[in-house]
Design a protein around this ligand. Structure first.
Ligand SMILES: [Fe+2]
Ligand SMILES: [Fe+2]
Length: 187
């Protein structure tokens, strides 16, 4: 089957109704697409894998099930193995080697997209004017967006060979065009 954004969105929304999960999917998609453009990779393919990475989280909310029990569903829907493997690889507990650029960028964008989103939500101007430096400062405050795994943010930047500030700036730039969809204020 041909992997298209429409198809990926249909799969995602068949299993996900939560607004915050849909926003997370959109945010990670935008960040991964941004990197695909930067690197001259297949933006549609990268974006679809990112959009679907947590597609089963609402029906499989524990690590006993997510994302491994989602994989058979994706296969049944006809998604190619590279996409299924990419989705599986974002989960730390499955310890799948991230041996493609897409796998590495998905991992790198997953936690950081959520964190930058959270930073934007507490600012009167959303993402406008948000500097990597202040994101880094917030990363050091354990109580802020406490659910975001800091170690995965740092490991992600390293995995894609970027300075943390550069990676943060890229994610901010990626999320800015969809700020309104993410419920962020825009200037
Ligand atoms: Fe996940
Ligand atoms: Fe995620």
């Amino acid at each position: 089957m041909e992997v298209t954004r429409d198809r990926a969105w249909a799969t995602l929304t068949r299993y996900t109704t939560s607004e915050s999960l849909l926003r997370h999917a959109r945010a990670v998609e935008a960040s991964v697409r941004h990197y695909a453009r930067l690197l001259g990779e297949d933006e549609e393919a990268w974006g679809c894998a990112a959009l679907l990475h947590d597609f089963d989280y609402e029906v499989h909310p524990t690590l006993d099930e997510h994302p491994q029990d989602g994989a058979p569903i994706l296969r049944e829907e006809g998604y190619p193995e590279w996409l299924v493997e990419t989705v599986l690889s974002h989960a730390e507990h499955l310890e799948i080697p991230r041996d493609t650029p897409l796998m590495r960028h998905l991992f790198a964008c997953d936690e950081l997209s959520g964190f930058v989103h959270a930073c934007g939500l507490v600012r009167p101007t959303g993402l406008d004017g948000l500097e990597p430096k202040s994101v880094r400062k917030k990363l050091k405050q354990p109580s802020f967006a406490a659910g975001v795994h800091r170690d995965e943010v740092y490991a992600g930047a390293e995995l894609i060979g970027r300075e943390l500030d550069e990676h943060i700036a890229n994610v901010i730039a990626a999320l800015q065009p969809i700020a309104a969809e993410l419920g962020l204020r825009t200037a």
